[in-house]
Ligand binder design. Structure first.
Ligand code: BMA
Length: 309
């Protein structure tokens, strides 16, 4: 078991960051906000890479232990350069989230174009080739995460529309992954807390005995700018608009230099987590929008921090 640095409920790997721009075999500005999946004991991660010109795209990395990753020599998904998605993605594709659902692998991501941010969905069979399905929101929405199971026979997602200047998490449903509706509020910022300015879904929801565990990000605005932290919330298994419990304290806050200093300082921002057979959860997160790190937490302790904060 590698040594993890303590102080937060989630413990950083002592050799963080695990992926920096030095590990990317082609020119780029930064790498951050990667989304992991574990298949047959092998770890894969889709990375958000920001090109030198400032637009983001995706690259694939793989690992035998979830800690040491090799990055493929070429990007795996670029913003669409033609066709119906071009106008939505011309300023980049950001913050991928992988979900395996009924044997298929989907990626929900933020498409950025002149009309703003929208949530988009694609399918992949090999993590290297992506078939776009649809843009699934109107502008002003991001942080889309697809549930790994249908709920009440429907596909379900969390997302983060901004309404009345408040960024809150909502749930929506779909019969076909293309048409979405029945949207309901799930949770919002909490006045005076570490997540008082904005919240958003981070990892695709994880099914536990207690319900859907959602690893989310919370933002506090300060006189020096925003601070992004990681927290957790438990949602009802059959009706995820119902909150069963929510952490009081963040599970991970920016403390290390690589989280404090970078293109956007004071940011820890997760896009996925892997629950291991031994009950440990590896949370992969972007640090200061400049590198990718991993922190580990005990799933039972994390669930307890939501249910009995
Ligand atoms: C959010 C997203 C993330 C980013 C974070 C901090 O709004 O855009 O991609 O990591 O801000 O800059």
């Amino acid at each position: 078991m590698p040594y993890m640095i303590g102080r937060d409920l989630m413990h950083r790997w002592e050799r963080n960051p695990i992926i920096t721009r030095q590990d990317i075999p082609f020119p780029c500005n930064t790498v951050f906000n990667g989304t992991p999946v574990k298949v047959d004991g092998q770890y894969y991660m889709i990375l958000r890479v920001e090109g030198l010109e400032g637009r983001s795209f995706f690259a694939l990395a793989d690992s035998g232990d979830g800690l040491h990753f090799q990055v493929d020599p070429h990007p795996c998904m670029m913003p669409a350069a033609s066709g119906p998605f071009e106008s939505w993605e011309s300023n980049g594709i950001e913050d991928p989230r992988l979900t395996v659902l009924e044997g298929k692998t989907y990626i929900m991501y933020t498409a950025v174009g002149p009309r703003g941010h929208v949530i988009a969905l694609a399918e992949t069979k090999d993590l290297r080739h992506y078939e776009r399905i649809a843009t699934v929101s109107e502008p002003g929405n991001k942080d889309g995460v697809l549930f790994p199971e249908r709920i009440g026979g429907l596909y379900a997602r969390l997302d983060r529309p901004i309404g009345g200047d408040v960024g809150s998490v909502w749930v929506s449903y779909s019969p076909d992954l293309v048409n979405w509706g029945r949207s309901e509020f799930v949770f919002g910022p909490r006045a005076r807390y570490w997540d008082c300015f904005r919240v958003g879904a981070s990892a695709p929801p994880i099914l536990t005995d207690a319900g859907w565990l959602e690893v989310y990000h919370g933002v506090k605005m300060t006189s020096a700018g925003p601070i992004y932290r990681i927290g957790t919330i438990m949602l009802d298994r059959d009706d995820p608009s119902q909150v069963i419990g929510r952490c009081v304290e963040p599970s991970l806050s920016p403390r290390e230099d690589y989280e404090r200093v970078g293109d956007v300082g004071n940011v820890v921002f997760a896009c996925g987590a892997i629950v291991e057979d031994d009950g440990q959860m590896k949370v992969y997160y972007g640090a200061a929008d400049t590198s990718i790190c991993v922190a580990t937490g005990d799933l039972d302790e994390i669930i307890a921090s939501c249910l009995d904060p």
